[in-house]
Design a protein around this ligand. Structure first.
Ligand SMILES: Cc1cc2nc3c(=O)[nH]c(=O)nc-3n(C[C@H](O)[C@H](O)[C@H](O)COP(=O)(O)OP(=O)(O)OC[C@H]3O[C@@H](n4cnc5c(N)ncnc54)[C@H](O)[C@@H]3O)c2cc1C
Length: 491
């Protein structure tokens, strides 16, 4: 039985796969480009503040608890539920809508704009519930071929067929009527890195996971505790992580990959290799596959670029929830332009996370640590970020206006990551924050596979292979990659 495993990348999927395999008796080593673990699930400590730099919440908490159970450990971090899930403020209003899981409490906020909201919402969630349960098998399975995937799809109850031909917006609009309600409910599509107008309606199942099946969670002490906890477990299993080791080349013998080669020419050999770097990018840049050349990658459908801003304030902002979305008054026009037109940033839509609201240790006393995410065009459509400070100033001014407090004089720490930084830190194609999109022809059997086309001993785990992006998804991906490895190493 092949026992040595080398993992290229210490993102969440790489770490989780390493732990699963080491618990099954494999000898695992990890090589990571950066000087710390976590990949996009990372943190920044600066000027006395701590910021989550990427993910700021997760859903489907049971994927984490199952992961811990399967590894026979106690979950190595503590999480707590967010209620309201988040708050949404439109430019035209002074007040935020709070997204409570209690649907009657949620509906009370729509009593004037949409008196029948509660009835529509309950019907919508019921449909999302059925979608979730009926498609679960599609998300959680490995596929050996496209046919295999299509056969699995055929097991899904055909009653859902009409949903396949709708987008997220159309599906939501079927159940709720006011623009406010439609925009608020369809925001989830942005969490997947696209807009409600180009995200398949099947992903409305996420509304069920957020409102009913589970919820949204934050981690005590900040999201990076997830990484620290898993790394500690890996240390107990003697899994070594070699940092500052970027893989740029390979040596193969026939259909077996013998070595990955790092930037300094060092060869890393192993029986089995798992790639946690982006599954499409790595195939192109390291394995030099024609199907994943830069031009071919550019023609694929990528999630939006991320502009992220980390601010330390020397004051508190008591009126603001943990998670907040600030929307404008031109939702459809904005959604149509956000991927390709840098001009959208003149009227920005953005998300603000107040990490110190629930984790006081993340900011000095009397201070607040804020994290902004603003969707922006990726580097195909805006390559030059010399104007980043002016853009960021615009967002800060807009936010100050929305909350009716000028935060500019209160800023004592300021850091900005543009899509250039996201690309360079984690080898993300054109700075696309969430990787490949989830359009119908890029999911399941159409997504880059979690086994290699050429090398029999190479597998993939992470956001751009199956099942998709987001923390619970990459935890599932680590299980699917582990199953591949076990199958491969059977005598
Ligand atoms: C701004 C932002 C906000 C987000 N918010 C959320 C959220 O709130 N909730 C949520 O669930 N998800 C969120 N996500 C998505 C989530 O972060 C990702 O889906 C997830 O972290 C991806 O994990 P991964 O292991 O697949 O990839 P990564 O985290 O990218 O890990 C891959 C690792 O491989 C390394 N690597 C790459 N190439 C090489 C190479 N050639 N050699 C060696 N190492 C290499 C990278 O440095 C990296 O450490 C967010 C993402 C972004 C960008």
């Amino acid at each position: 039985m092949a026992k040595n495993v080398l993992i290229a990348g210490a993102g969440l999927a790489g770490l989780a796969t390493a732990l699963r395999l080491s618990k099954k008796g494999y000898r695992v080593e990890i090589v990571e480009k950066n000087d710390n673990a976590g990949g996009r699930l990372n943190q920044l400590k600066k000027d006395g503040f701590t910021f989550d730099t990427g993910p700021s919440f997760f859903s489907m908490s049971y994927e984490f608890t199952n992961f811990a159970k399967e590894c026979n450990i106690r979950l190595p971090f503590e999480y707590y539920e967010l209620d309201p899930l988040y708050s949404v403020t439109f430019r035209k209003n002074d007040f935020p809508y709070h997204l409570y899981k209690d649907i009657s409490k949620l509906a009370a906020q729509f009593s004037e704009t949409e008196p029948d909201f509660e009835q529509g919402m309950r019907k919508y969630l019921d449909k999302c519930r059925r979608l979730y349960h009926d498609t679960n098998i599609v998300i959680k399975s490995n596929y050996d071929s496209l046919l295999d995937y299509l056969l699995t799809l055929m097991k899904v109850n055909p009653v859902h067929l009409p949903v396949i031909f709708r987008n997220f917006w159309q599906q939501v609009s079927h159940y709720v009527k006011s623009n406010d309600a439609r925009e608020i409910l369809s925001l989830v599509a942005f969490f997947l890195g696209k807009t409600p107008f180009d995200t398949a309606a099947v992903y409305t199942l996420l509304s069920y996971t957020e409102f009913m099946h589970d919820g949204y969670y934050n981690v005590v002490g900040g999201m990076y505790k997830i990484v620290e906890g898993i790394v500690e477990e890996l240390e107990k299993e003697n899994v070594k992580i070699h940092y500052n080791t970027e893989i740029v080349d390979f040596i193969a013998e026939g259909r077996t990959l013998k070595y990955l080669v790092d930037k300094n020419g060092r060869k890393w050999g192993s029986d089995i290799i798992i790639v946690n770097g982006d599954a499409a990018v790595f195939r192109g840049s390291v394995f030099r596959r024609k199907e994943y050349s830069q031009e071919k990658l550019d023609r694929m459908d990528w999630t939006m670029g991320s502009l992220t801003i980390y601010l330390g304030l020397r004051c508190k902002l008591p009126g603001i929830s943990h998670h907040n979305y600030y929307l404008g008054d031109n939702y459809r026009e904005y959604a149509e332009k956000v991927f390709k037109h840098p001009g959208v940033m003149e009227k920005p839509y953005y998300y603000v996370n107040v990490l110190s609201r629930s984790n006081p240790g993340c900011a000095p006393e009397g201070c607040e640590s804020l994290f902004f995410v603003c969707p922006v065009p990726d580097l195909r459509f805006k390559n030059n970020w010399d104007d980043r400070d002016a853009i960021v100033d615009g967002i800060i001014d807009d936010f100050s206006g929305r909350i009716k407090k000028d935060i500019r004089p209160e800023i004592i720490s300021r850091t900005v990551y543009t899509p250039v930084d996201w690309r360079d830190q984690f080898n993300l194609h054109r700075g696309s924050g969430l990787g490949l999109s989830h359009k119908m022809l890029q999911i399941g059997g159409f997504r880059p596979k979690n086994f290699d086309e050429e090398f029999l001993n190479v597998f993939y785990a992470g956001a751009s292979t199956i099942p998709g992006t987001g923390l619970p998804m990459v935890i599932i991906s680590s299980r699917l990659a582990t199953e591949r490895v076990e199958q491969y190493s059977k005598p």
